[in-house]
Design a protein around this ligand. Structure first.
Ligand code: NAI
Ligand code: MG
Length: 377
């Protein structure tokens, strides 16, 4: 029987709550779809840091490296200064595991309220592929004459052909599995150096994918197009900073933070990929069962797709969409059920195989893209 080893990092606040709900769904998916998992709990987060002073130690990196995937909840606590855990654990993990891209679907499921008036599910099904290791987010730059009136802050953006090509190649492969349309989102009219490189990579890689139609949109225009005409996009590939910003806007379109999922993907198979809802530890609602587990369940679905369990991935996506579409509210007491109860509801649908399958499941497309990447060229 197929078996996958999963490192589970529940983290802080609502992290453990949504992760526990997602693991109930994983139990059901295994039973129904004929595979097993081994799971190792890794206690990284605020509590562990306050007790030991440890963030991401080399030992933990080695331990995590031995797994097929990492399922992550959320970290962050009012008891720890902002940035310490986020940078010291999440960003450090993305770097240590060489997670080359951050994949963020923006899909509005039927019945889910969106603040964009008139937006329908048919018009909102796109995926943003964000380069995850470079741009303005790698530690380049310095401040000279610090603390004097003459101080100068230099913050450069790094764009290597290698990393951009990997992100763009992945985006083309994904577009080939979907509606065959890839948009580059950048700011080539002002950031001309980086823009030239990204454009050249798009052209070169694009020559290998003649069936994918390409398009270009400036990042500022993207902020206008996304809420007004998301149907214009299928796959969008973009730089680290732009991707960070536009995916928050994307999350809003699909019903908010509790719904949005993400995957930090290692594409060379040398280290595990990491799947996480995009929300944080939500200390304001932690401990009450008020967190929506949908983002965590959809992240689990993405993990299954990445592990090659395409059918289970589509089933978990479909069951989550079905439960989500019937919720009276997307967070808090108004959901009418606790985080765990909702996870159990999704699990029951997966176990019965009774949820209507969503068309064009990104989660199962991912299984095919990953299989293509693993093939020797
Ligand atoms: P947050 O995402 O934790 O919460 C923002 C708002 O969304 C809150 O009102 C919260 O109640 C709500 N919310 C979050 N998740 C929800 C869910 N599943 N269902 C329903 N409502 C949900 O962001 P915030 O408050 O800025 O940060 C809290 C802590 O989390 C901070 O320490 C922050 O640094 C950290 N953080 C960690 C992230 C991660 O682990 N990947 C990502 C973002 C923030
Ligand atoms: Mg962000």
């Amino acid at each position: 029987m197929r078996s996958h080893s999963i490192a589970v990092l529940p983290g802080d606040g609502v992290g453990p709550e949504v992760t526990s709900a997602a693991l109930a769904v994983l139990d059901a998916a295994q039973e129904r779809h004929g595979f097993t998992t081994t799971r190792t709990d890794v206690p990284l987060g605020a509590e562990h840091y306050l007790a030991t002073g440890e963030l991401l130690e080399d030992e933990a990196v080695e331990q995590l490296r031995g797994h097929d995937a990492i399922l992550f909840g959320a970290i962050g606590s009012p008891a720890v200064a902002p940035g310490i855990l986020e940078r010291g654990i999440i960003l450090a993990l993305r770097g240590a595991m060489r997670q080359a891209i951050n994949l963020r679907p923006v899909r509005l499921y039927p019945g889910v309220p969106t603040p964009i008036s008139g937006l329908t599910p048919e018009r909102c099904d796109l995926v943003i592929v964000r380069e995850n290791t470079e741009g303005a987010y790698v530690a380049q730059g310095s401040t000279v004459h610090r603390g004097t009136p003459a101080q100068v802050a230099v913050q450069e953006s790094v764009n290597t052909w290698y990393a951009v090509e990997r992100a763009v190649d992945f985006a083309f492969r994904l577009a080939s599995e979907r509606r065959g349309r890839l948009t580059l989102c950048h700011k080539t009219n002002v950031l001309v150096e980086a823009g030239r490189l990204w454009t050249a990579v798009m052209e070169e890689v694009g020559s290998r994918f003649p069936d994918v139609e390409t398009d270009y949109v400036h990042v500022d225009a993207m902020c206008m197009h996304l809420p007004v005409s998301p149907e214009r996009f299928d796959v969008v590939v973009t730089d680290n900073l732009f991707g960070d910003i536009v995916t928050d806007l994307g999350a809003v379109l699909q019903g908010g933070l509790g719904v949005a999922a993400s995957g930090n993907l290692n594409l060379d198979g040398a280290a595990p990929s990491m799947f996480e809802p995009i929300h944080g530890s939500a200390p304001d609602i932690a401990g009450r069962g008020w967190a929506n587990p949908a983002g965590a369940c959809l992240s689990l679905a993405m993990m299954l797709g990445h592990l090659g369990e395409g059918e289970a991935a589509a089933a978990v996506e479909s069951a989550t969409a079905a439960v989500l579409g019937e919720l009276p509210a997307l967070a808090g007491a108004g959901m009418g059920a606790s985080t765990q109860e909702l996870g159990d509801r999704v699990a029951a649908l997966v176990r019965e195989g009774s949820a209507p399958m969503v068309e064009g499941s990104l989660m199962s497309q991912l299984a095919r893209v990953m299989a293509g990447l693993r093939q020797p060229s």
